[in-house]
Design a protein around this ligand. Structure first.
Ligand SMILES: *Cc1c(COP(=O)(O)O)cnc(C)c1O
Length: 240
């Protein structure tokens, strides 16, 4: 079941790449295992999954060691959920990539905790590109026509780049929930354009774009996603 689902998602990613003239090797599938058991994760690993996403520190602190004790080749764990500053210390030993860095304050905490724990972390800056109030992320809505907002993003990135033990690799966003997949296209295209503009302005590479979930990952791939975060299409509905 899980193995068939992974094969289907991989096939959909390949077809989206073909439509967009992209190499499928440039897209990493993050299997979002939140609420699912270590056994389900092990099944996904047996089916070839290498990257997993979790959104809660408490859950991950039980699941990740349980999975790790059962495998000989390590997999990569990505934190994708909001992190309260006081929990920053706890995520550091569990994850190698933190996708949900949504403030300079959190980046500072992660950096000092990583230094203390002698760890290096890949991070993505989470941005709120849709402008929805319910969304986490550094505000990026309307960045094209709002020079102050764009400059604030540039400043935040500059400061994050100076922090030890953190390696900024790109941007992450959550699209709004909409009726049809196609409605998310402008959001994903806007994030890709923001990536371009930031790279130009900062003179650095921000190669990763984490965007797209079960309901919209094919469109995200067409618009340039390098990481898609897929939960339900792999593991079924969430268990709690
Ligand atoms: C749960 C979650 C996903 C996966 O959602 P699905 O709709 O199950 O694919 C992706 N990204 C984030 C940040 C999530 O919290």
């Amino acid at each position: 079941m899980i193995s068939e689902n992974i094969a289907q998602v991989q096939k959909n990613i390949e077809q989206a790449c073909e439509r967009a003239g992209r190499n499928p090797n440039t897209v990493t599938l993050i299997a979002v295992s939140k609420t699912h058991s270590p056994e389900a994760v092990l099944e996904a690993i047996a089916a070839g999954a290498q990257h997993f996403g979790e959104n809660r520190v408490e859950e991950a602190s039980i699941k990740i060691p349980a999975v790790t004790s059962q495998i000989s080749t390590p997999v990569t764990w990505h934190m994708i959920g909001h992190i309260q500053s006081r929990k920053a210390r706890d995520v550091v030993p569990l994850f190698s990539v933190i996708q949900s860095v949504d403030s300079l304050k959190l980046a500072n905490k992660l950096s000092s905790s990583a230094v203390e724990q002698n760890r290096q972390l890949g991070i993505l800056l989470e941005v709120n590109i849709s402008g929805e109030e319910s969304k986490d992320g550094v505000q990026a809505f309307g960045w094209r026509n709002n020079a102050a907002r764009f400059q604030e993003l540039v400043n935040v990135i500059h400061q994050i780049m100076d922090l030890p033990a953190l390696h900024l690799r790109g941007l992450m966003t959550m699209a709004p929930i909409v009726e049809t997949m196609e409605q998310t296209r402008p959001i994903f295209a806007d994030l890709a354009a923001l990536q371009d503009a930031l790279q130009q302005s900062l003179g650095i590479a921000l190669p990763e774009l984490s965007m797209g979930m079960t309901d919209d990952y094919p469109v995200a791939v067409e618009e340039g996603a390098t990481m898609v975060r897929v939960g339900r299409a792999i593991f079924g509905n969430r268990v709690k």
